[in-house]
Ligand binder design. Structure first.
Ligand SMILES: Nc1ncnc2c1ncn2[C@@H]1O[C@H](COP(=O)(O)OP(=O)(O)OP(=O)(O)O)[C@@H](O)[C@H]1O
Ligand SMILES: [Mg+2]
Length: 521
């Protein structure tokens, strides 16, 4: 066990960490904070929900000069919601030191952001597109930035943000401290490290599996047309506290959230085509438990930390194993338990095997529950509600009526009627979802997914020189700091785990993903 005192935090930060209820450092915090204090460029990899935000947030804030009113630190994140969340956490960590963090992201009034930027924030957390916009408008100056963090670095790379990041970093002094964080670090991340970092140290929290142990992982094989009924039955049995249902496309999310609402679930959808105000509203409602089911594209797969998410349903199998890891990582956070169920259609079984192989974790096969099983699940829930009222509420105001009722009815009939009233009986309102074709295996293009995306994505095209003049190196925590020039480091890929290299895996991983446009992130 490592305490934050042992990590040498200032009294101000110890106070905020204490206020946040953190008692001891998580492994990634224990391993990265001392290295980050030394100013070493690093890549931090640890499972979802294990405190990577504070792992970079603590050293970032410790390094801020409170007397300055200039921006000294910048964090880039792939989605707007994540930028907001990270800024909130940094504001908590920095509150007693007086460090101000400002989120800037697309979809929010630029005028409002310009005003806020004038208030002298020390740290900016932003999505690449909007940050660049402010740089171009000269409303954000990065010449005094000494620390840069790329949160969910591999996702920003997947999305083709690498050029935006490069442009942003051209505005930051080269003598800077750069940190990359994610739960997954595909090999292509080395290109990013080579581009943006110096003598990089890879700090990877060792785990036998990529996903956290306390998430129960199951799958169900079902025909496309039967998926929705199966989902409803599973949810009736599980009665999740809060659930996220992931769909592959925006249309899927729209249709699913509407269909779930029709069947009586309290559900709303979120994806990149919705106006930001709507996205904010839906997420707020989910966090406040006003809605119980969030239906989402992968826009909600990364980094979001919502307490109470007990179940994740992959209604459509994710596009690649990394996406799987992040999606299910929305549950089982900070040591809590969680549950994840993945739906596959018969032709998608190979994708499931690939996920299992890469995560090093087997999923348990489940059969589609019958209507009566779903009904039993709901009855059980009603029973629990009833027992809770018996134990916790004052029922004296109801007892006289109960006595009168019992004079005319037998007790079993009465209790059965009460249970019926409390039970949400399976709803069979007809639903017609547009079929999604099964996830297919396409031929892998040469090199890597990054180059695929550059060719295919509007904003990602139009290349730029592939190189900058930054020195680069890449070493594992084990010590062998290679320092080898780019192009000579292919051997270092073995650190990623030899199990990742079968051609089938690669072709799967390199598929062009049905992703949302960068601008919507
Ligand atoms: N030392 C700690 N003790 C207790 N809780 C912590 C500690 N550090 C972080 N947490 C809490 O754990 C939760 C998960 O943290 P965080 O969002 O930083 O995870 P993450 O590793 O970035 O996950 P992801 O890979 O999904 O982005 C948050 O609610 C955070 O406040
Ligand atoms: Mg995170």
């Amino acid at each position: 066990m490592t305490t934050f005192q042992e990590l040498g935090l200032s009294p101000e930060l110890l106070q905020s960490i204490n206020n946040m209820g953190f008692e001891e450092a998580t492994p990634i915090q224990r391993d990265t904070i001392p290295t980050a204090f030394k100013g070493t460029d690093l890549i931090g990899q640890a499972q979802t929900g294990t405190g990577k935000t504070a792992a970079f947030g603590i050293p970032l804030i410790e390094k801020m000069d409170t007397k300055s009113r200039l921006v000294q630190g910048i964090v880039l994140a792939p989605t707007r919601e994540l930028a907001v969340q990270v800024a909130e956490e940094l504001n908590k960590i920095g509150q007693f030191k007086g460090i101000k963090t400002l989120p800037i992201y697309g979809g929010q009034s630029i005028v409002r952001q310009i005003k806020a930027l004038k208030n002298g924030p020390h740290i900016i957390v932003g999505t690449p597109g909007r940050v660049q916009d402010h740089i171009n408008r000269k409303t954000l100056k990065l010449e005094n930035v000494h620390t840069v963090v790329l949160d969910e670095a591999d996702e920003m790379l997947n999305m083709g943000f690498v050029e935006d990041i490069e442009k942003i970093l051209e505005n930051v002094p080269t003598e800077r401290h750069t940190m990359l964080f994610s739960a997954t670090m595909p090999k292509q991340i080395q290109n990013l490290a080579a581009k943006f970092m110096k003598d990089v140290l890879l700090i990877k929290v060792k785990a036998s599996e990529m996903t956290v142990k306390n998430i129960e992982q199951e799958y169900v094989e079902v025909k496309e047309r039967q998926k929705f009924d199966a989902l409803c039955r599973f949810m009736d049995i599980h009665s999740p506290e809060l659930a996220i249902v992931f769909g592959r496309t925006k249309r899927r999310v729209d249709e699913l959230s509407e269909a779930l609402s029709k069947r009586g679930y309290s559900a709303e959808g979120i994806h990149g085509d919705l106006p930001q105000a709507k996205r904010d509203k839906v997420l707020r409602a989910f966090k406040n438990n006003t809605i119980e089911v969030l239906v989402a594209t992968d826009v909600a797969a990364r980094g979001l930390d919502i307490s109470g998410v007990s179940h994740v349903y992959n209604f459509d199998i994710p596009q690649d194993p990394e996406s799987y890891v992040h999606r299910i990582g929305r549950t089982g956070r900070a040591g809590k338990t969680g549950y994840a169920l993945t739906f596959i259609t018969p032709r998608e079984i190979d994708h499931l095997y690939t996920i299992e192989k890469i995560t090093q974790r087997k999923m348990i096969k489940r059969a589609v529950p019958s209507v009566s099983e779903a009904m039993e699940g709901q009855q059980q829930l009603a029973l629990e509600k009833l027992m809770e009222v018996i134990q916790q509420d004052d029922l004296s105001g109801y007892k006289q009526t109960a006595v009168e009722l019992l004079e005319e009815n037998d007790s079993v009939t009465l209790v059965a009627a009460a249970l019926k009233l409390l039970t949400k009986e399976p709803d069979t309102t007809p639903i017609n979802l547009t079929d999604e074709p099964p996830l297919s295996v396409k031929k892998r293009r040469p090199n890597n997914r990054f180059s695929d995306r550059r060719r295919s994505g509007g904003k990602r095209e139009g290349g730029r020189p592939d190189n900058n003049n930054r020195r680069s190196g890449y070493s594992s925590r084990g010590g062998e700091r290679s320092g080898a020039p780019r192009g000579e480091r292919s051997s270092s890929s073995s650190r990623d785990g030899g199990n990742r290299s079968s051609s089938r895996d690669q072709s799967y991983r390199s598929q062009k993903r049905v992703r949302e446009d960068n601008k919507n992130r």
